[in-house]
Design a protein around this ligand. Structure first.
Ligand SMILES: [Zn+2]
Length: 185
């Protein structure tokens, strides 16, 4: 199998971007980021947080998450609902595997593929997605960036992307190689 397929490189880079996007979250317990990609365009984004008009505080004084906090996936899906884009046929990139509630939204939004990096403690949401034929792809975080993933660009890879070539010769993790250049494989 070609470990350096164009799709896999794109998946890893979009996941890297979702991970960066998660940093926007004001939530302290957990920061999750999501991107909706369709026809190689990012059509929406989200991170976990409170609804519009609420203070940007996710947890109560005991550190318990407020029940009205929206998950990153829900924010990405509801954001696209306010736009002229359609989520039908899109891919959702999310830093943590979707919960049951978000999985229901994912199905109804017509999303056909879900790529995630961190396995949530409950996998009933993933099972729901798979039961209706939505493709789910798990790329664990330690393998998500090319610079930490020897498997992605190492042995036998014919990839000529500059960042892939760089990752073969260098293991450093500088910002210049973060995921904003298109792969050229
Ligand atoms: Zn959720």
């Amino acid at each position: 199998m070609d470990n350096c397929s164009k799709q896999e490189i794109l998946d890893r880079r979009y996941l890297d971007m979702a991970r960066i996007w998660a940093q926007n979250s004001y939530c302290k317990r957990r920061k999750v980021g999501a991107l909706l990609v369709k026809d190689k365009m990012i059509i929406s984004d989200g991170y976990n947080g409170t609804p519009s008009g609420f203070p940007n505080v996710c947890e109560d004084e005991n550190g318990i998450t407020h029940p009205y906090v929206l998950h990153a996936e829900a924010n990405a899906i509801t954001k696209v609902a306010q736009s002229n884009n359609s989520s039908a046929g899109s891919t959702l990139y999310v830093t943590a595997s979707p919960c049951m509630e978000c999985s229901k939204l994912i199905i109804q939004a017509g999303i056909t593929r879900v790529v995630f990096s961190e396995m949530y403690r409950l996998n009933d949401g993933l099972k729901l997605l798979e039961s209706v034929g939505i493709e789910t792809v798990w790329i664990p975080e330690e393998n998500a960036g090319e610079h930490t993933a020897e498997t992605s660009c190492a042995s036998g890879c014919s990839c000529v992307s500059p960042s892939c070539a760089e990752s073969k010769s260098s293991a450093d993790n500088d910002a210049s190689s973060l995921p904003f250049t298109p792969p050229v494989c």
